[in-house]
Ligand binder design. Structure first.
Ligand SMILES: CC(C)(COP(=O)(O)OP(=O)(O)OC[C@H]1O[C@@H](n2cnc3c(N)ncnc32)[C@H](O)[C@@H]1OP(=O)(O)O)[C@@H](O)C(=O)NCCC(=O)NCCS
Length: 159
């Protein structure tokens, strides 16, 4: 079946729609500068999904240099999913999965070897989604979130 949505790269005119999705879906909210800065630095991994000509989901990422999340080897480039969300009415249609897959293509463009993200240990939907896409838990960060909740770091190797 054809997907009921399309993907494209974020453009500055999407800023208000993306900030609104972020506010509706997640407790971690950011300034407009934060979104614009990530877009300017990493446009290939800032993707939006449109359903019925309306921006309904987004993913934004950062490329970082650090040690492998699997604990061996030297410094590598890694793609860090900073934020991903899909509006409630657009969920369960594969939108988040498609956004992550497209962002991982962008990470490969930036020569990243691994993709990782943090997820609340109680976010069962998120954890299920990431496992389905081949991510595994590589670490737990105690008290990562501002309300004190722990995060799993979940990682996937990029081809
Ligand atoms: C998590 C979130 C991004 C998933 O978006 P989505 O577009 O609905 O995800 P997908 O349709 O790609 O779902 C992929 C898989 O995840 C799992 N999943 C997603 N939503 C689920 C639900 N409500 N119940 C059970 N499993 C679910 C399923 O395995 C699903 O595959 P399936 O539909 O074939 O069974 C969305 O629910 C959301 O924005 N939540 C709030 C913000 C958030 O938690 N962001 C992640 C923070 S790390």
């Amino acid at each position: 079946m054809q997907q009921p949505f399309t993907l494209r790269k974020f453009v500055p005119d999407d800023l208000q729609a993306v900030m609104q999705i972020n506010r509706v879906c997640l407790p971690e909210n950011y300034t407009d500068f934060f979104f614009v800065d990530l877009h300017q630095r990493f446009p290939e991994t800032f993707i939006v999904a449109e359903e019925d000509s309306k921006v309904s989901g987004y993913i934004m990422c950062r490329i970082e240099v650090g040690l492998s999340n699997y604990g061996f080897g030297g410094l590598i480039r890694k793609g860090h999913v900073v934020s991903i969300a899909v509006m409630p009415q657009s969920r369960r249609k594969g939108m988040a999965s498609a956004l992550i897959n497209r962002a991982m293509e962008g990470m490969a463009y930036y020569k990243a070897k691994q993709c990782f993200l943090e997820v609340r240990v109680t976010n069962e939907l998120g954890i299920t989604l990431y496992k389905k896409l081949g991510f595994e838990v590589t670490r737990t960060i105690n008290g990562y979130y501002s309300d004190g909740e722990d995060a799993y770091v979940m990682t996937k190797k990029l081809a």
